[in-house]
Design a protein around this ligand. Structure first.
Ligand SMILES: [Zn+2]
Ligand SMILES: [Zn+2]
Length: 273
């Protein structure tokens, strides 16, 4: 990391999602140790679009846990004030047809940043353990096309500040078929028109695909279209906070980006890097 640069991590999970480890305080301490100016907790929103109070304890916190999550972030924000800014964020699933329910949940708390994610595609998870086989059974092209259709709708919904892992279906190594380029372009245009930011995430480097999100040519397209970026790790353990930062910064630089965003109460600031 460059000396003096304004460093942030805008995508960090907690044990509440059922698939991350470590205490929230450890994440903040890791961020401090790495010289970050900010860390945004963005745990998974309760699965508001699936039936039941706790549809999948390995994917997200329950509705009942959400206020505790918010409170714990606020306690850490106070404890670390003056040393590192701890932000209240959320990784919110976009679920077609459930926009009003999402809006209602978002209205309850005073978020610093809301990430918009498409994980639920054509009636199932696109990225959960076991999802890889869907590319064979349902056709990779169908999944990619449907994914980008939903991502474009998520951008246009106006519910989100930042779209996450823009090319998520590649997670297990299934690259986008060339025929789907038009759908990818439509999602890029939707992000540009909506004025929503995207994340440059090191998480893909830790997955089978072995590449940051978004892929270099796609990131070039997004930056070229004027879509702003945030930096993120999608950490699911304290050791992953700011993980791969040099690589994603280099990727953003190569794509032509010269600044990244931070958020307070959903209002953006720009920082050169
Ligand atoms: Zn995600
Ligand atoms: Zn995440």
């Amino acid at each position: 990391m460059r000396q003096g640069a304004y460093q942030t991590d805008y995508h960090v999970h907690t044990g509440r999602c059922g698939h991350a480890g470590g205490e929230m305080r450890e994440y903040v301490l890791a961020a401090l140790a790495r010289g970050l100016a900010e860390i945004a907790f963005t745990d998974h929103i309760p699965l508001y679009f699936l039936p039941g109070e706790d549809p999948d304890p390995t994917i997200a916190m329950t509705r009942a846990e959400l206020p505790d999550y918010v409170e714990e972030v606020r306690v850490l924000e106070e404890e670390f004030a003056g040393r590192i800014d701890v932000l209240l964020g959320l990784e919110a699933d976009y679920a077609e047809g459930h926009e009003a329910a999402l809006e209602e949940i978002l209205r309850v708390h005073d978020w610093d940043v809301v990430l918009g994610s498409v994980h639920w595609v054509a009636g199932g998870w696109i990225d959960a353990p076991g999802s890889a086989k869907r590319h064979g059974t349902e056709g990779s092209e169908n999944l990619w096309r449907e994914y980008y259709r939903l991502l474009a709708k998520a951008a246009r919904s106006g519910l989100f500040d930042v779209l996450t892992h823009f090319d998520l279906p590649k997670k297990f190594g299934h690259r986008m078929p060339a025929d789907v380029t038009d759908a990818e372009d439509a999602a890029v245009a939707a992000a540009r028109d909506a004025g929503v930011a995207i994340e440059v995430s090191s998480a893909g480097l830790r997955k089978a695909v072995g590449e940051e999100y978004p892929a270099p040519p796609l990131l070039r397209k997004l930056v070229g279209a004027g879509v702003p970026i945030v930096f993120s790790s999608d950490a699911h353990a304290p050791a992953e906070v700011a993980w791969g930062r040099e690589k994603i910064e280099a990727a953003a630089h190569a794509a032509g980006a010269g600044e990244h965003l931070s958020f307070r109460k959903r209002k953006r600031r720009r920082h050169p890097f």
